[in-house]
Write a protein that binds this ligand. Structure first.
Ligand code: GLN
Ligand code: ZN
Length: 758
């Protein structure tokens, strides 16, 4: 009989009770003992749900007080030197210090977990002496067994992945580090074996990336060591997010099971199985239910995929499982009350995926007839979504097909546009501007709430927004900025704002997922054809422009960012979705231009987030991402200046694509890339307008003038002064008013100093 398995379950809880507990504890409103008690209840509740759904192999130790990579590091006593830690179990104060920073020590770096929107805390190895401070997988196993009678499957991040994601050591020290860590892993596994644990899941998602020969050798050493040290224990070597790179090597490792992602890596993994077979002495963890998507699976399709697999692996050696941890999807659809029925019926969040796993396991073990009713229901639900009005906007489909068949290009090349724009705008050398948003004060948030609740009518709210615009237009003029913005006071979130106004989007009430720590996001759902319905930003921008003689930049979120920060439909390609978004946004760009707005910024901070994990797929993605941006912006007059903005990550290896977007001006975050970005411009000689952020907006600290002149001088060593702009790193919505004004005044002063030597 096949078994069902889950690789991990969302931590946050259906009501985000986990987040609330964490934040209450941080705020000192919850005693530590009470905090532990609440988290235990949440954890057990999640296990109970999986047990009740009939899941055979339930992950334990997937739960966390913040992040599972931080858990692994602290379990090994790996604590950066700047935190006071005297050995032993890492206290919560230190644990949260590493994650969030303390008065005296900055937090550890946080970075994206592969190609997801989850962020983990990067372990810092330097100076650490790893020891096993506690066997957490064992504790989690015991708890599940004692409290619920669950025969759990402890999960651990594997040593190779852990090392590869850590920093603070040289490549040449990798083996030395492995030597330090392996005995600790061995101790954990031995204790698990001794306890009678049957399966342990060792996560090695790093195996979907390209590995060097040396790493493959390390992989061998690791798993040979494990097999020799804990012979009775079944190891499921778990991979996810893509197909594995070295299938042949991996299937030869001495483990009992190999877990493959058969959703995001379906093609590659299946091909490998078909070509090389699957070892008869191993179990296949068939990750067939999408752990990252929100849609119901087509049970029929999944069943036929499982049947295909049984040609290579006997059904009793199949484990039907999620493609990755369910951490990346919301908890349950059942609480949603406002979605239209065709949509709601086609969704499957974590709890609904448990049911799918159970059904497929039964069907593959005892025949599809056993789930005949469910199959029929499933067909109907998927059919209804397919036939929904939103998925059949022929007007959109036709227009997008036509527009995307053309090569989107501005009517003149940049050099000529640049001259025309200089003649029109007569901007000084080193024009100054900001990225778009100004402080979202408590007052702004309160006003929006009052309006959303209906306490304020539309006019009251609009008047309030106008007042904010008035204040900030005046302030920007006083500060002496050259290109102004309206301040984005009417927006909570740069994606949600547009999603609410475009056709084809839906918003859940409870569809939260963990982004990092206690921060959760509720991505919009792009479920239909995206349609422009009416101008979205024209009113506020026009109003702002009417209050000043200086140019006001219109402000839009770009197609790729909207797509990458949403859950999207899967019946058409991401490329097609991007073009639909681009076409809709193009209509907004045109509306702004028609309303007399001559500078329009289309933000694309999240371009890199959609970059495929496999190098060979990246060029294609970048090509259509660039095309979508150009589609959005190409129809304006040569004198209309298109801006874009990027932040959050490294861009130094993407400069060609950035240039290909052909924006007249890009403003780009610089401070967190530590000069790497500037260096890469040196190598690449960027030929369009560019503003490198001259100060970090993530801190309330007001930067000194000299710091910024330093940044400017450094940038001017590599960039053409005639194309250089001066701006902060990103939007200012999280900052206070006073520090914002003071920082911008200093920025303008630094600009004047720079101008005086040109
Ligand atoms: N225009 C947006 C703002 O200023 C850009 C935000 C972002 O880059 N994340 O807030
Ligand atoms: Zn930004």
């Amino acid at each position: 009989m096949a078994k069902s398995s889950v690789l991990g379950y969302p931590r946050i809880g259906a009501d985000r009770e986990w987040k609330k507990a964490l934040e209450a504890f941080w705020a000192g409103k919850l005693e530590e003992s009470e905090f532990h008690k609440q988290l235990r209840e949440i954890r057990l509740n999640h296990l109970r749900k999986q047990q009740e759904s009939g899941i055979d192999l339930i992950a334990v130790n997937d739960f966390s007080y913040y992040d599972h990579i931080l858990d692994t590091a602290t379990m090994f006593g790996i604590v950066p030197k700047r935190f006071r830690y005297e050995g032993g179990i890492v206290p919560l104060s230190v644990y949260y210090g590493i994650a969030r920073g303390t008065k005296d020590a900055t937090a550890s770096e946080m970075t994206k977990w592969f190609n997801t929107n989850y962020h983990y805390i990067v372990p810092e190895l330097d100076g650490a002496v790893p020891v096993l401070t506690e066997n957490r997988p064992l504790a989690a196993y015991r708890e599940a067994k004692e409290k619920l009678g669950i025969e759990g499957k402890p999960v651990i991040v594997g040593p190779l992945t852990f090392l590869k994601l850590s920093k603070g050591y040289q490549a040449s020290e990798t083996d030395a580090w492995l030597d330090k860590l392996l005995p600790l892993y061995v101790q954990i596994l031995r204790e698990l074996a001794h306890e009678g644990v049957q399966w342990v899941q060792i996560d090695e998602p790093i195996l979907v990336t390209k590995l060097s020969e040396a790493d493959l050798e390390r992989l061998n050493t690791i798993y040979e060591t494990f097999a020799a040290s804990a012979p009775g224990l079944n190891i499921m070597l778990q991979t996810y997010f893509e197909s594995v790179e070295n299938y042949q090597d991996i299937i030869q490792l001495p483990v009992s099971g190999i877990g493959l992602d058969l959703v995001h890596g379906y093609k590659g993994n299946l091909q490998a199985i078909q070509q090389s077979g699957f070892p008869a002495n191993k179990v296949l963890g068939a990750g067939i239910i999408d752990g990252r998507g929100i849609w119901k699976a087509s049970l029929r399709e999944k069943l036929s995929q499982l049947e295909e697999l049984t040609k290579y692996v006997a059904a009793e050696r199949l484990i039907v499982q999620s493609s990755c941890s369910l951490l990346h999807v919301p908890v349950t659809v059942s609480k949603e009350t406002k979605l239209q029925p065709e949509l709601k019926d086609a969704l499957a969040f974590a709890d609904e995926k448990l049911i799918e796993l159970d059904l497929l396991t039964k069907a593959i073990s005892t025949g599809a007839a056993r789930i005949a009713n469910e199959l029929e229901h499933n067909d109907l639900a998927l059919q209804a979504l397919k036939q929904s009005e939103e998925r059949n906007r022929l007007d959109v489909q036709r227009a997008v097909a036509e527009v995307s068949a053309q090569n989107p290009a501005r009517s003149l090349p940049f050099e000529e546009r640049h001259v025309a724009q200089q003649n029109k705008w007569k901007l000084p050398i080193f024009p100054t501007t900001t990225i778009g948003s100004f402080p979202q004060s408590a007052e702004v948030r309160k006003a929006r709430q009052a309006w959303r609740k209906g306490d304020w009518n539309d006019e009251q709210y609009e008047q309030f927004i106008h007042e904010q615009i008035d204040i900030w237009i005046k302030l920007q003029e006083e500060i002496g900025l050259d290109v102004l913005v309206h301040g984005e006071f009417e927006r909570t979130d740069m994606v949600e704002f547009f999603g609410e106004k475009l056709g084809g989007f839906a918003f859940t009430q409870f569809g939260w997922v963990q982004s990092y720590g206690s921060r959760c996001v509720k991505p919009p759902v792009i479920f239909g054809d995206v349609a422009f319905e009416q101008p979205m930003t024209v009113e506020e921008t026009k109003y702002a422009q009417s209050k000043t003689s200086r140019p006001v930049k219109g402000m839009l979120t770009g197609p790729i960012t909207i797509m990458n920060w949403s859950f999207v439909r899967e019946d058409i390609s991401r490329e097609q979705i991007a073009y639909q978004l681009a076409y809709a946004l193009r209509q907004e760009v045109e509306a702004l231009e028609q309303a007399g707005i001559g500078m329009i910024q289309v933000d694309e901070p999240a371009v890199r987030e959609g970059l495929p994990l496999k190098e060979e797929d990246q060029a294609e993605y970048l090509a259509w991402a660039v095309k979508a941006f150009r589609m959005t912006t190409c129809t304006v007059q040569p004198t209309t200046q298109i801006h874009t903005h990027m932040c959050y990550c490294e861009f130094h290896d993407m400069i060609d694509s950035i240039e290909a977007m052909d924006a007249d001006v890009i403003s780009i975050e610089t401070s967190r890339s530590h000069g790497e970005l500037i260096h890469s411009f040196e190598v690449n000689t960027y030929k369009l307008g560019i503003g490198l952020g001259v100060y970090d907006i993530h801190s309330p600290r007001v930067p000194r003038v000299e710091e910024m002149t330093g940044m400017i001088e450094r940038a001017l060593r590599v960039l053409d002064p005639k194309l250089f702009w001066i701006n902060p790193d990103c939007g200012l919505k999280t900052r206070g008013k006073e520090e914002t004004v003071a920082s911008l005044r200093n920025m303008v002063q630094a600009t004047e100093i720079a101008r005086s030597s040109y």
